[in-house]
Design a protein around this ligand. Structure first.
Ligand code: AMP
Ligand code: MG
Length: 400
């Protein structure tokens, strides 16, 4: 087992034991939030044929020098039959999306025409740019949706445009989540004097779901080896296990102990603050991330270590895949303390300034302060031994 690794090293080690990636084919109706497992090619040209972007008249540009009168030879409507050919001195009534008649090369919008029996008076400019050209958006076979793209409304609309009603997606891995600690009570229950509400499993479950996986949340396990072993054993039917708490140096930090004695840990302790003591390895063949118990620490470690692990395992697309934060450059409005020898992730509120993003601090930075994760929407990425001074521009994660 490696100890005191950098976050980059921790991510690299975790990649040696990826989440299993399975795939399935599902209906487009059920695809929101899912992730493509194969690129999908267009089954059609888009547009399929030259068509009009406007309601008006399809004309021959050279026939319309100033105010002209043309003979109407018929009409072209979306979904209608083949329109008549437009010859010299002729025009064809046309609707948005309808096929451009042979012979026509420009559209005059209906507002700039006046019909007079079988004729139309052209008062405006004929515009070739109102013709949408065949395949100007997509050609048959073009892979417009790449592997690892998360499917939101626009992607789903495009899949339908390309002719797909069933699409290949990554099967959502099931990730078990369990908090540990004798002090933890379920929200909604009466608290004994020494108890607090358990929150990490709920926050982590939400993060797991946002990363395109299924969260299997377990009620908190008490701090006894037998109970912890029983709970962990019951979770090995999932694809991975996330624990929170019990991973530091204390006497009751039993997740660390049981992993050292009975599991296969690959690393322990990462040079980051908050979130120093995470452990990663396998529990009886199932990958296990042991996150620290402090609420902020567990979420921050999820952002820094678990998100890249999931994204890499499931081949998420770098910019189009599910992600919870974007790396940005931010000008600090307040001083933020760095950490000796550790990547420092202070909470900041990122907002758009005049020409740049700005970051400010609004609550105290204790790793037990769950409210600080709501009062702020970003994390500094201060390199080890670096202070953040007001006025400086630094790297940060902008969380969504
Ligand atoms: P531990 O890592 O188990 O030493 O816990 C560190 C701190 O986080 C302690 O103050 C715990 O009470 C608190 N804590 C641990 N797990 C949770 C949890 N699931 N929800 C809320 N607080 C927790
Ligand atoms: Mg504990």
């Amino acid at each position: 087992m490696e100890t005191r690794v950098t976050p980059e090293r921790a991510v690299a080690i975790a990649h040696t034991m990826p989440l299993p990636r399975k795939t399935e084919t599902i209906s487009l109706d059920r695809a929101t939030g899912r992730v493509l497992s194969k690129p999908i090619p267009s089954l059609v040209d888009d547009p399929r044929f030259d068509n009009s972007a406007m309601d008006g008249f399809a004309v021959r540009n050279q026939d319309c020098d100033g105010r002209t009168t043309l003979r109407i030879v018929g009409e072209s409507r979306a979904g209608g039959s083949e329109p008549p050919v437009v010859g010299v001195g002729e025009a064809c009534r046309i609707m948005t999306g309808a096929r451009i008649p042979d012979g026509a090369d420009a559209i005059v919008i209906v507002e700039e025409t006046e019909e007079d029996g079988d004729n139309v008076v052209i008062m405006g400019e004929p515009r070739p740019s109102f013709i949408r050209r065949r395949a100007e958006n997509l050609s048959i076979g073009q892979e417009a949706l790449p592997v690892g793209a998360a499917l939101g409304p626009s992607e789903i609309g495009l899949a339908a445009t390309m002719g797909h009603d069933r699409i290949p997606v990554v099967t959502k891995p099931r990730i078990a989540i369990v908090s540990t600690g004798d002090e933890l009570a379920k929200p909604g229950e009466e608290l004994a004097p020494s108890e607090i509400y358990e929150s990490n499993s709920y926050a982590l479950a939400a993060m797991v779901e946002e990363m395109g996986c299924t969260a299997v949340r377990h009620d908190a396990a008490p701090d006894t080896l037998d109970e912890l072993r029983r709970v962990l054993d019951s979770l090995t039917e999932c694809d991975a296990i996330l624990t929170s708490g019990g991973v530091s140096m204390g006497e009751f930090d039993l997740v660390r102990r049981i992993m050292e004695d009975e599991g296969d840990p690959l690393f322990w302790k990462v040079a980051m603050r908050p979130g120093g003591p995470p452990m990663f390895g396998a529990w009886k063949g199932t990958p296990l991330f042991a996150l620290p118990g402090n609420p902020v620490s567990s979420q921050v470690v999820f952002h820094v270590l678990v998100v890249p692990w999931i994204a890499n395992s499931l081949q998420y697309h770098e910019s189009l895949g599910p992600r919870m934060a974007d790396r940005v450059r931010v000008r600090l409005l307040d001083d933020v303390r760095g950490a000796p020898g550790k990547l420092c992730l202070r909470r900041i509120r990122i907002e758009t300034g005049d020409n740049e993003l700005i970051g400010s601090v609004h609550t105290h930075q204790g790793s037990g302060n769950a409210h600080s994760m709501v009062a702020h929407n970003g994390l500094t990425l201060l390199p080890p031994d670096t202070e953040g001074k007001a006025g400086e521009i630094i790297d940060a994660l902008w969380c969504r």
